[in-house]
Design a protein around this ligand. Sequence first.
Ligand code: SF4
Length: 428
Amino acid sequence: MTLMEDAKRGIITPSIETVAKAEGIDPETVRFCVAKGLIAIPVNNRRETLPIGIGKYMSTKINANIGTSRDCIDIDAEIEKAKAAEAFGAHAVMDLSTGGNLDEIRTRILKSVNIPVGTVPIYQAAASRKIVVEMTSDDMFNAVRKHAKQGVDFVTVHAGVNLNSLERLRQSDRIMNVVSRGGSFTLAWMLHNGEDNPFYAEFDYLLEIAKEYDMTLSLGDGMRPGCIADASDRPKFMEFITLGELVKRSRAANVQTFVEGPGHVPLNEIELSVRGMKELCNEAPLYLLGPIVTDIAPGFDHITGAIGGAIAGMHGTDFLCMVTPSEHLALPTLEDIKEGLLVTKVAAHTIDLIKEGQRERAWEKDLSMACARRDLDWEKQFELAIDGNRARKIRDARRTESDTCSMCGDLCALKIVKEAFEKKKIEK
Ligand code: SF4
C-alpha cells in the first residue's frame, strides 16, 4: 500500500507523524493533505529515508543538484557534495549524473545521505545507447524501474513533453527552444522516431512502477523557458495543462506527485506563472529552479535564482531547487554548492515568514534576532544567523574593543538611544 493510499484510508503513518512533528502541524491535517495530493512525502518503500513534507503548510524545502557530467567524472567529489549538501541544510539531493558509472554513483549517493534522493532516469536510458535518440521506450522504463528498485525516492519524468506541446513549440517564436536536458532528449527522440513520448503515451505503466515502490513522480517541465523572453508562452502553458491531467491520474492511482516549474521568468510574470501552474495542476506541490529573473548575471545566478524563488514563494512555490554561482557556466564545485545552498536558505526563510502554517515559527526567529541586535548580543546573533560562522568571521575581521560593530563604532545608534533613555531613567 502506498503512503497516499494509507492517508486516504485515514491512517496516520509514522512518516506523516514525523513530518507533522517537524513542521509543528497537526498530524490529521498532514494526513488530509497527503490524501488530497497537496503535500508530498517522498519516501521509497525500499529505503530508510528521513521523511520530508513538501507542500501546503510545510516549511519551504530545498533541493541540491549534484552529479557528474561527461566532462567531469569524480565520484568521490560528488559524494562529498551530497554529504555537504545534507550538512548545510538541503532537504533533498538530486543525482543528475551523466558521466561515468551511473549505477555506482547512484548507489553511493543513496548510502551517503538520509534525506530523499531524486534522479532523472532518462539520463541513464540515453547513456545506454551511442546516440540519445536510439534509446528505446524499454530503456526508458527499465531505467525508471532500476532506480525505483534501488530506493530512489523521487524521479523526474518529462511526461508533459508530448506531440501537443511539440506542436505548440513549432508554432512559437521562442528564442531558446528547449533548455531542459531531459526535455531535449524526449523531444529529439519524438522527432527522430515519429512517435509520442513513451512516458506520456504509457503513463499508466509509469504509475504501476511508481506505485510498486511508493516512489514519488516529479513531473518535469521539459518546456521550461531558458530566458526571460520565453517566460510565459504557449508551449509552457500547454505542458502545464498536460501535467495537471497527469497529476489527476497520479492521485487516482495513489502515486504522489509534485510539479516542476520554470526556469527564467521576469519579476512581473512570476505571479502569473506560479498561480497558473498551481491552478492547472490542482494545487500540487510546486518545485522550482529559480526562477532566474535576469539573463545577464552569470556568476550571480544563485542570487538571481533566490530573488525569483522568494517572489515565487509569495505565490505558492513549495520546493526550491538550489541555484549555484556556476549555473550556466560549469559543473558546480563543493564551494559553489555550499554558497548556492546558503543563499537558497535565505530565500526559503523569507517565504516561510509569510507562508500559512509556518509564519509564526519563522517570525519567532526574526524577533529573537531583532532583540539580540538591540542588545548587541553578538553570540546570540551568530546562533540565530542562517550562517553564523560567516557572520562571526566578518565581524571578527574588522573588530574593535567596543561592544558595537565597526560600522558606526562610538556612534552606534542602538547604544546612543539606550544610554539616553537610561540617563533620563525612562523605561524602554
Ligand atoms: S555600530 Fe551601527 S551597525 Fe553596528 S550595531 Fe551599532 S548601529 Fe548597528
